[in-house]
Design a protein around this ligand. Structure first.
Ligand SMILES: [Mn+2]
Length: 398
């Protein structure tokens, strides 16, 4: 079977909302033309509680696909939840969709509507011309609890099938800042292919002698150097074991370093403009251009340069972001850079939950049955503080 692997659409992502939709749409359309089945390892949505118009976008995306005559069919479903579709489009929730265990996440909604098969904690078996592919999903689990949850669940392959393990987690080899993160060789054995989401740039590796494929996001969200390649998805052939990366027409992203150290303050504007012009390169698209300006600007102490004139000047031709801002003659770190720097590669939400879990542990509370995610969500309820604390205590101590 030919299996398309697409990830991290981030529908509803405020900054590049139209890109998120159109690039996901292109990826899904091409994938359905080129493959017998589709796997989406999480973050279809950018938010765990998307607005109705974002849910509408997702339904439109998946409904168009269900119009296709899929020859492969889902013929078996084992595990948590129920399956309402035989369409071979299989997904799990990601970090952005994660909610408390008993709450419905937006991927659940698509599953209930029969638009995809949700394998959050389940295996779906897909059949085509006598060939069987089993997809074991484990979704909606916090990064630092994944090892523990996997060892409890002990997921294994289905006999007589090509077996795929699908998850959405930080992996230690890629994000080596938390020793609790799963390492490649700690992933469950016995599968023929490993598929991960979460990491927004494309990645491939060998795990237990088999392939681990991470397609990366279909939309740019992080503006990191690794985001500069074209976005796209993998198509993996179970018969040959070969796979290819199919590019989509994603928005171009260019990082340009501009050295203003030897430049007279009066020429800052020209130097920055020149870098943006180079990045645009006379092409008709509207790229995202990130200008990185290193160094300190003590020598320009009495010079004021309003950095926002550059993004304004290029409106309609490029989306310009400057990694630093010039304030009173000095280029300073923007508040955004200093805040996000504290989190490393972690999402702000995961970072916050980690802090909360550590604080609760300090007070000697055992945190097994009731994870940080549940507590985090409870504390975020729009209820009076006393009521929220009461609910949390009730849940923690029964
Ligand atoms: Mn993501």
């Amino acid at each position: 079977m030919r299996i398309a692997i697409l990830s991290d659409f981030h529908l509803g992502y405020e900054r590049f909302r139209a890109d998120a939709y159109s690039q996901a749409e292109e990826a899904m359309r091409k994938a359905s033309e080129m493959s017998d089945m589709i796997i989406i390892p999480g973050d279809i949505f950018d938010s765990r509680i998307p607005k109705p118009d974002v849910i509408a976008e997702a339904i439109t995306l998946f409904r168009n696909l269900s119009g296709k005559e899929w020859k492969a069919k889902v013929t078996g479903f084992i595990g948590d939840g129920r399956n309402y579709s035989n369409v071979p489009v299989i997904a799990i929730p990601g970090t952005h969709e994660r909610r408390a265990q008993d709450a419905a996440d937006p991927v659940d909604i698509l599953g209930l509507a029969g638009l995809l098969v949700d394998v959050s904690n389940a295996t779906a078996v897909v059949e085509l011309d006598g060939e069987r592919v089993a997809v074991r999903g484990m979704g909606g689990i916090a990064d630092d609890r994944f090892k523990e949850v996997v060892s409890e669940a002990n997921p294994g392959p289905v006999s007589g099938a090509f077996n795929i393990f699908v998850f959405h987690e930080s992996l230690y080899e890629l994000l080596p800042f938390n020793s609790k993160f799963m390492k490649f060789d700690e992933l469950p054995e016995g599968f023929d292919l490993y598929v991960n989401g979460h990491i927004h740039s494309r990645f491939e590796a060998d795990v237990h002698g088999k392939k681990l494929l991470i397609p990366g996001s279909t939309v740019i969200t992080q503006l990191k150097p690794s985001d500069q390649g074209r976005k796209g998805f993998f198509v993996f052939d179970t018969k040959s074991g070969k796979y290819e990366f199919i590019e989509i027409n994603s928005r171009r992203f260019v990082i340009s370093e501009v050295d203003l150290q030897k430049c007279a303050p009066e020429s800052y504007g020209d130097a920055l403009s020149h870098a943006v012009d180079e990045a645009i390169g006379g092409k008709p698209d509207i790229p995202i251009v990130r200008l990185v300006v290193p160094g300190n600007f003590a020598h320009a102490e009495n010079f004021e340069f309003e950095i926002s004139t550059i993004p304004k000047k290029y409106a309609g031709r490029a989306i310009v972001e400057v990694a630093r801002s010039l304030v009173n003659g000095k280029l300073l770190d923007t508040p955004m850079n200093s805040v996000t720097g504290a989190f490393g590669n972690m999402s702000v939400k995961d970072y916050g939950m980690g802090v909360l879990a550590d604080k609760v542990k300090m007070h000697g509370v055992v945190f097994d049955a009731f994870g940080a995610i549940d507590l985090f969500e409870l504390l975020g309820l729009d209820e009076p503080r006393e009521r929220v604390v009461e609910l949390a205590l009730e849940k923690m101590f029964g």
